[in-house]
Design a protein around this ligand. Structure first.
Ligand code: UDP
Ligand code: MG
Length: 309
């Protein structure tokens, strides 16, 4: 018998926990037919609602269900990491609790694993039911990210994946504190098969991602997997130095030829504000990396467990 571990991060998902179980269990006959056992890990990311008690109800019914509960909200990335650490399976699947990652895709995913792929990933091809402005920024982010980092992130990629033990161990070997999971999946490589599906709206409850949270997350993604912004800051510095030297030359020649040393106050103000703006921007970029380094150096645990069943 092989073992499949399914990891479900949950943050205030009391309504979705039982639904997810019902949907997932529909794969039981398929799994049995292929001699695969399963364990289902709900990772409670410090929910403030009845998520934990809902999971406990399931555990009473079915011994294959497990729970890890965090001491507070550590974020989905931490929840996924915890789940991957707990999972003992030969195959591991990560899925959202809100059924936006349909468990009915699992059989197809397994077929691809058996064909020799190490990882089967999913991407949604539509962004139905999402604000236009959010889709626009999301697409921009993927473009920039793929240009400047060595972790390929596919547009619309979800964290819904089925992987072999080898891939899971590779991901676990990345112990960084700033965990941008989409980038980590891309960074480890391996043969990945992409399955596409239409966006499905979440079953119950609301998304936990505000626009601002997504924006911060995208900056995290870029700084975690690329140092190109630092290079851009340096290049900008060089460009402005050259421009300044040219301008100095122009002004010296102009003063010698035409006199008139006191005019040009408005242009001076413009130049000073432009350059101080650029300086602050570059300082900010450096600061981002310094902050990341600071958090990594502290070496704090990625999550703290309050309860495990
Ligand atoms: N999630 C989590 N911790 C958080 C935020 C979200 O574990 O701090 C879980 C959430 O319960 C869900 C999954 O991550 O199972 C995806 O979250 P959501 O559906 O809000 O994101 P979206 O699908 O809108 O991108
Ligand atoms: Mg969702």
């Amino acid at each position: 018998m092989k073992l499949l571990s399914a990891i479900v991060p949950c943050y205030n998902e009391e309504e979705n926990v039982p639904y997810f179980y019902e949907e997932f269990i529909k794969n039981e006959s398929f799994l049995k037919a292929h001699e695969i056992d399963f364990e289902l890990w709900y990772v409670d990311d410090g929910s403030k609602d009845a998520t934990v008690s809902e999971v406990k109800k399931l555990i009473e019914k079915d011994a294959r269900v497990h729970l890890v509960s965090f001491s507070r909200n550590f974020g989905k990335e931490a929840a996924l990491y915890a789940g991957l650490q707990k999972a003992k399976g030969d195959y591991v699947a990560c899925m959202d609790a809100d059924l936006q990652d349909p468990p009915s895709l699992l059989p197809e995913m397994f077929e691809n694993i058996w064909q020799g792929y190490d990882m089967v990933a999913t991407r949604r091809v539509t962004r139905k039911g999402e604000p236009m402005i959010r889709s626009f920024f999301a697409r921009m982010f993927y473009k920039v990210m793929n240009k400047i980092s060595d972790a390929q992130v596919v547009d619309g990629a979800r964290d819904f994946r089925l992987m072999t033990r080898q891939v899971v161990d590779a991901i676990l070997s990345m112990k960084e504190y700033n965990r941008f999971t989409k980038g980590i999946f891309g960074w480890v490589g391996f043969e990945t098969k992409w399955l596409e599906f239409e966006n499905i709206e979440r079953k119950k409850g609301e998304t936990k991602w505000s626009f601002w949270k997504l924006f911060i997350y995208s900056i995290e993604g870029i700084t975690s997997f690329s140092t190109t912004p630092l290079a851009i800051a340096s290049v900008m510095g060089v460009v402005f130095c050259i421009a300044a030297f040219l301008l100095i030359g122009v002004i010296i020649v102009r003063t010698l030829v035409f006199g008139d040393p006191t005019s040009g106050w408005p242009s001076l103000v413009c130049i000073i504000s432009l350059i101080s703006g650029v300086q602050l921007l570059c300082l900010g970029i450096v600061g981002q990396y310094l902050a990341k380094t600071y958090m990594e150096v502290k070496d704090r645990p990625i999550y703290l467990v309050k309860e495990e069943i």
